[in-house]
Design a protein around this ligand. Structure first.
Ligand code: 6PG
Length: 235
């Protein structure tokens, strides 16, 4: 595990954008495509904005999500819709595999599991993502794996209901079963409100039921925490 501390969200986003392009170019060169699972939330938005200004063979990129809120694509709470505005509308032809949030949560989870299977890398029933981007809530959740949720899960995707801030409660989330098979997993965490939880997640005892972010442990990949100085203030 690597911890990179940045002066602020702008420096963090700039560095993450450069590294994203690097990892994408290598995946495309090695395997002909780049499979990435994006995160929702506010932290990665500046990264997505910066990516829009970068040159990359976007037609070889396949965008997925680690989770999605079950609201229509044009709802401000929809992660795909937020990213479309700042990235997809600017990069032209690419491959988007969104969680179909127009379906009921259980149906959306089943539908997404089917989509993942089409990109499976046997013996896995789902893709081995080249990159997974994750955030962390101030309660220690990541994607839509929330405190108190079952730790031992083997299904690739789940429908969940969770209340966090003013965000939509019905969601679909990938589970650590999928995340932990990725080649690269990056947490992007910024802001003083994350500092106390981040200290417990990174330096405290292993409590995956309480802090779902601790469930993320790559089987055979790199885990990087990209955090700003405010969030890192108690480390
Ligand atoms: C979501 C994300 C969620 C997010 C954290 C952090 O859909 O909201 O998947 O896990 O990454 O809640 O959100 P912020 O970046 O807005 O603090």
């Amino acid at each position: 595990m690597k911890i990179d501390i940045y002066s602020g969200i702008n420096e963090l986003s700039q560095s993450a954008a450069s590294l994203f392009i690097e990892v994408a170019q290598k995946a495309i060169a090695d395997r002909g495509r780049f499979l990435v699972a994006l995160s929702g939330g506010s932290t990665p938005m500046k990264l997505y904005e910066r990516l829009a200004g970068n040159k990359l063979d976007w037609t070889s990129v396949h965008f997925f999500w680690g989770d999605e809120r079950c609201v229509p694509a044009d709802d401000p709470g929809n992660s795909y819709g937020q990213t479309k505005q700042v990235l997809f509308d600017k990069i032209g032809d690419t491959n988007i595999h969104r969680i179909n949030s127009d379906l009921a949560p259980d149906s959306a989870a089943t539908d997404y599991t089917r989509t993942l299977k089409a990109f499976s890398e046997p013996p896995l029933d789902f893709p081995r993502f080249d990159l997974v981007l994750l955030g962390m809530g101030d309660d220690g959740h990541t994607a839509s794996l929330f405190p108190g949720s079952p730790v031992e899960v083997d299904s690739p995707a789940l429908a969940v209901t969770a209340n966090y801030q003013d965000r939509p409660a019905n969601r679909v989330t990938l589970t650590q079963t999928v995340f932990n098979q990725a080649r690269e997993i990056w947490f992007l965490v910024a802001g003083a409100n994350k500092a106390e939880t981040l200290q417990k997640v990174l330096k405290g005892e292993f409590q995956p039921k309480v802090f779902p972010a601790q469930r993320i442990k790559p089987v055979n990949g790199n885990l990087v925490w990209m955090i700003d100085e405010e969030a890192a203030s108690l480390l």
